[in-house]
Structures are given as C-alpha cells and as structure tokens.
Design a protein around this ligand. Structure first.
Ligand code: GAL
Ligand code: ZN
Length: 701
C-alpha cells in the first residue's frame, strides 16, 4: 500500500508560491516536471494570503495554482496554513499570542505565534481548515492533507490565563478531586497544599524549585493541548474530505510531544530531518530518528516531509552538503522505511528569515551543482519506485517512553547530566556500528509484541509503573533478553519514588538493589573490568548489590513457577558480569545478569560511551542471537533491508566514509540504481550507495 494515490516514491518539497509571481509559477512547474517531482507541499504559510481579513477569502490564486500543478502531472500535499496566524487575527484577538513562563507575551513578526489553548485561534484555524477542505476535497491534484506545520516548533507551551484555565480543566479530568491532586503532587512538601483547583497555576517562573509533579503534569498537558488542536483540524478534514490521507510533520525525536500518542491520529507518519553536514556522526543520529519514525506506526512506511538539499540557515554556521551527501542521506531515509523524500523547499526565497536556506531550485537557478543534484536524485528515485510499500523490521527493540523522558529531566536529581538523548545515543550507536537495525517500542507494548524481538533494550526507565515492569518480566520469562540501563525503576507516574530502593518494580526481575546512586563529576571517570578489558564509566555509576529474586514480580498474571526451567539449580541470584575497579565502588558489581524463566535480565548500572556500551552489549547480543543485517560489513558502511509482500528484498548499502569499500554479499542481487547484477560482492565509492533487489528464495516466496 502506498502512502498516497501517487505511485512509486514521492519526491518534491514545500513550495511557497505566495512569494512569487504567476510567471514564476509557470517556470516552476516546468522545472518540477524536469526534476521528476511528483508531490509538492503548498500553502504551509499562506493564511494571510488566503484570508486577507476576518471577513474575506481569496482562493482564486490557489485554484489557479492547483490547476497548473495538476496539468503538469504533479500532486499536492495541501497544507491547512494554520501555523502562522495573520496580523489581523492577532490584533483583533491579542490573546492569541503566547506567553512565556515569566509572563512575556511574544510578539507578532515571526511564525508559530499562537497559544494552543486560545479559543480565538482554534476557531479561526478550524474554520480555515474547513474552508480549504470544502473547496479542494474533489480537486484532482489533492493527494494529502498537511495539517499545520511542526507543532511545537518555536512555541511548546503558553502560560497565559486561557492556558492556565485549560490546564486546570485537564487536571480535574486527570485527578478528579483536589485531594487526589494534593496526594499525586505531594503537596505536603513545602506547604504547597491546594484547597481548590482554582488556586492552581501553570509552573511559572517561581523563587526556587517548582513542584516536580506539577511540572511533569504540565509537560503532559502541553503535549495534549497541541494534540487537541491538531485533532480539531484533522476531524474537519476527515469529515469534509474523507479518503484523503492526513498527516502533520513531526520533528524526529522531539521531547515536547509524545509521538506515540500523536501518531495514533496520523494516517501516516511524516518527519522533518536536518542532520548537520558538519557533524561526521550525523548519519547515526539520522538513522535513529528514522527508525523511530518507522516504528511509530508499527513499521509502516513513512514520509521524509522536509530535508535540506544542502545548507540550512538556522545554525550558527551552516555548512553545505558536500557532493554526494544529499543523495546518500536521501537514500538513508528510504533505507529505513521512508516512501519518499521531500524538502524545504522547492525554490529558494529571496526575502525573509530563510533566504540563505538551500532549495531544490537554488538562487543560481538551473546552472549549478544544486540543480544538477536535484534532477539526478529525482531520476534515481524513479528507478527505485518498486521499493515503495516494502518494510524494514528491526532485529532488536529499544523502549522509548516520553513520560519517563520528561520525568528523568526534571530538576533536582542526583545529577543534571542524566538526559534521555545522551543516555540513548551510545546504546543506539553501538547497535548501529554492529549493523543491527532496531525498532522502537512504547512502554505499553505487550509481551506478545515484544516476543518478536529476541533483545529488548531500555537505556533508561526512570519512570516505571508496576504494570510495565510486569510486562517486562513476562517478556523475559518467555525467553526474551532484556538490558536495562542505569537510574531506572525510580519513580511512579506521579514522580514519587518507589519504596524499598531502586530499581523499584524491577528489583526482583533484575536481581539487584541500588544502595545509593553515585554520579561521577564532569571530567572524571570510574574504571570497570570486563573479563580483563578495561572500560570507563562517565557521568553516572551506582552502588548496587545483587539479590536473590523471586520467581515472578507479583505472580499476578498467573505465571508458572520456574522450578522446571533448566536454571533451576541456581535460578534467581543475579551474577556479576562486570565490576567497578576504581574509586569508592572498586570491587563492587557494575553489570549484572539474572536468568529468569527462559530469558535473561541484564542491568547496566553506569553510563558508558558508545564503544564501551558496545563491549557490554556484545554479551546479550550474542546470548539473544542477534547479529548484523549483513555480516562482515566494512567500517562506515550501513546496510538495511526492506521486504516487499512477495518476499523480494531490497538491500540498501550506504558508504558514509570517504574511502571506497568492498562489500561481500550473502545473496546475489541487482543494483536498481545502475541496473548491474552483483553476484558475491560490490565496491562502493566514497559516499556511494547501492540498492540491491534480491528475488525471493524458493522457501521465502
Ligand atoms: C522546518 C520548517 C520549515 C523551514 C525549515 C528550515 O523546521 O518546518 O518551514 O523553516 O525548518 O530548515
Ligand atoms: Zn495560552
């Protein structure tokens, strides 16, 4: 199944025709056709043009534009245009503008200047979406609805009175009574007790540390408030224009929005990604983000909605993509499950804040390298058309929980250095280096879904409820291999610490108890010994003790006792696999393993860099039998597979290095990019790539 009715892979970008005369449009569509563009995103910032004031509309230009695009065989991803409210709306309703935590109302003159809870904004936005849907639902160019733009970009929270009232409404729904809220928020501390919901405000700038549960609930509320806005627009589109897919562009692994929750309301996931060409490891991060985008809808293809053909304009120093990088990084998104590559933007602007941002059609026009690459990539995507709809499946899974991310990063913890992305990245990089493709899974994943993954990684689970712990326990009992990172099992959903010592509801499963967390000062390291190999921990370690765990965390789900399991002789004692060798923890356990049921549960009590994390993860990887997508890959080469319904495989080989690399193949295939057959190997040029079509083997077909 394709994402839209447009066949093959999607190629195109944001097109902002309101910045140009209609003569320029005519040239644009000709050039789009020349470049192989089949989908353009139109109207993202057109509100002021579509609705010049509260009482008038101007759709004539958009009618002409859509007809023109359609006449050239190009489809449209039509935006609802609500991300930048016009000046008249803001002056008629000043309360539309968002307010910061210290009470400053943000001014008009940029974009995304709206309060998520403003009734005036919501009414106007939904009205605009309805007008567009009613007018264009049957237009033959329409292929996708693009709701708003990057929810949470620039403004993620608003502290105005309307937002405060909305927060109180949300709290009432969540907690029911103010007594319950007092309990959840732990307001006995520092005399923070409330007598009624009316006394509650958002966590504005205060003299000292603000109640952490108040802040946590605020994060949840802010994600929900933006989602409510999104759903209001989506509902109108679904009602007026049924059958046309609806999406909004995500921003990769973005803290402010719980994309597990959001993606339930998308017809397909789309993402904006801007890896930094100046960062030699940018492709590893990009891979991680793409794996998440694919995972959000259980492995279904997604769309790279925006990337830059070359430099962006919003970093302090904006380095262009050297020749070959634009192509390689486009292929990387496809390799990890995208069914198209779109850009910001089609034609480079000459005015405004983004005039130095690269575009598919650069300022220089069709004469230079930029345009040649735009045309070349368009034609390569056509050659790869048959890849659309095929799927990538991870060999291991990583647990990602926004609630835990938010709670982990609250203030006044043992160390401010424990940030989710910093904790996750070395684990991801270690798997990436080993050629292991991973899927992300939500904390609500049930053991049956998890059972498809022999290895489950949880780099951090600061916030963890008993039900999730019970699912992890069942996963391990059933034969899964779980690796849990430090500072996990700490707090419940109200951010109250679990009694009895960390890792709370995971103590039994992991067979360890934390006596005390032992953060490592910046610039210092703590030594570890892994079978004679020295490793060094940075930023975090823990004084842990192994304990004899019971057969099951609670026995609640009627689990069988394990007396009959092969480990019955010494079933429940966690073993120490790695010890600390220096500092206050010298001689104490650092990494442990506990056999449980048919699986194992590992605990890594400290933070390591990617290389050392990899050395530790090699043990559970081997135990779980998880290996590389393509064994024997040379350094710098990334290999992932997509599989079509008929069993055909597409093996993507990407050389991120600056030297040519030879890759040995496990099965022969045909490179779709060049049409050449490869029997047992091929050589990739620096930044070179191949996409091999491998026919189904007899058994597979
Ligand atoms: C995105 C945004 C686009 C454009 C782009 C520039 O965040 O959605 O409108 O600003 O960045 O890189
Ligand atoms: Zn507000």
């Amino acid at each position: 199944m394709n994402l839209t009715r447009v066949p093959g892979l999607l190629y195109g970008g944001d097109w902002n025709p309101e910045q140009w005369s209609e003569e320029v449009w005519a040239e644009d569509v000709k050039l789009m056709a020349e470049a192989g563009v089949n989908l353009v995103t139109v109207g993202v910032f057109s509100w002021a043009r579509l609705q010049p004031d509260a009482h008038s509309w101007d759709f004539g230009w958009l009618d002409r534009l859509l007809d023109l695009v359609h006449a050239h065989g190009i489809a449209v991803d039509l935006a609802t245009a609500t991300a930048s409210p016009p000046a008249w709306l803001v002056r008629d309703h000043p309360e539309v503008l968002p307010v910061t935590a210290d009470g400053v109302r943000l001014e008009f003159g940029s974009r995304q200047h709206y309060c998520p809870s403003s009734p005036a904004y919501r009414t106007a936005a939904v009205r605009l979406a309805r007008m567009l849907a009613e007018r264009y639902r049957d237009h033959p160019a329409l292929a996708v609805w693009h709701v708003h733009n990057e929810y949470g970009d620039h403004v993620q929270e608003c502290f105005c009175p309307a937002s405060a009232a909305d927060f109180r409404r949300w709290l009432r729904e969540r907690h029911g009574t103010v007594e319950e809220l007092n309990r959840s928020w732990g307001t006995a501390f520092w005399s923070q007790r409330y007598n009624s919901f009316d006394q509650i405000e958002p966590p504005r700038t205060a003299p000292g540390p603000v109640n952490p549960t108040q802040v946590l609930d605020w994060r949840r509320f802010c994600s929900d408030a933006l989602l409510a806005l999104h759903r209001a627009e989506k509902a109108v589109l679904d009602e007026v224009s049924p059958g046309v897919p609806v999406t909004t562009n995500f921003m990769s692994m973005f803290k402010a929005l719980d994309y597990w929750e959001w993606s339930r309301h998308e017809d397909f996931v789309s993402d904006d990604a801007y890896p930094d060409p100046a960062d030699p490891r940018a492709h590893v991060n990009a891979a991680m983000n793409y794996d998440l985008m694919r995972s959000l809808k259980g492995g279904r293809p997604w769309l790279l909605m925006e990337q830059a053909p070359s430099a962006v304009s919003w970093r302090p120093v904006n380095v262009p993509k050297r020749p070959g990088l634009y192509r390689l990084w486009s292929l990387q998104a496809l390799a990890r499950g995208a069914d198209g590559v779109l850009h910001f933007q089609w034609r480079a602007s000459v005015a405004g804040a983004e005039k130095f941002h690269s575009a598919m059609l650069p300022h220089r026009g069709t004469a230079g390298r930029g345009w040649r690459e735009t045309v070349a990539i368009g034609s390569e995507l056509r050659r790869l058309g048959e890849v659309a709809g095929s799927r990538t499946r991870g060999r291991a899974a990583v647990l990602l929980d926004w609630d835990s991310w938010w709670a982990l990063e609250l203030d006044d913890h043992p160390s401010a250095r424990m940030r989710w992305l910093d904790l996750l990245r070395p684990w991801y990089a270690a798997l990436y280096e080993r050629g292991v493709t991973v899927d992300f899974v939500p904390p609500t994943a049930d053991p049956a879904d998890l059972a498809g993954y022999p290895l489950l990684l949880a780099p951090n689970l600061y916030l963890l409820d008993a039900a999730t712990a019970e699912r992890l326990d069942a996963y391990v009992r059933g034969g899964g291999h779980l690796v849990c990172g430090p500072f996990s099992g700490i707090a419940d959903r109200h951010d109250h610490l679990h009694p009895g010592g960390h890792p709370g509801p995971l103590r039994e499963l992991l067979g360890v108890v934390v006596d005390e967390p032992w953060p490592i000062p910046d610039g210092e390291t703590t030594g570890l010994d892994l079978d004679g190999t020295g490793l060094s921990a940075v930023r975090w370690s823990e004084w842990i003790e192994t304990i004899v765990g019971r057969a099951s965390v609670s026995g609640a789900n009627g689990a069988e006792p394990y007396a009959a399991e092969p480990y019955a002789a010494e079933p429940y004692e966690a073993e120490t696999i790695v010890r600390y060798t220096t500092g206050s923890l010298a001689g104490r356990p650092a990494v442990t393993r506990r056999r449980h049921g048919r699986g194992t549960a590992w605990y890594l009590s400290c933070h390591l860099d990617a290389a050392d994390t990899g050395r530790v993860l090699d043990l559970p990887l081997a135990e779980a039998g998880v290996g590389a997508e393509l064994p024997g890959l040379p350094e710098g080469v990334e290999a992932t597979r997509r599989r079509a319904a008929d069993g055909t495989e597409y093996l993507f080989l990407l050389n991120h290095g600056s030297a040519a690399r030879h890759v040995a193949l496990d099965r022969p295939g045909t490179d779709l990019l060049t049409g050449t057959a490869a029997a047992d190997g091929l050589t990739l040029a620096p930044l070179g790539a191949a996409v091999l079509r491998i026919p189904p083997t007899e058994e597979r077909a």
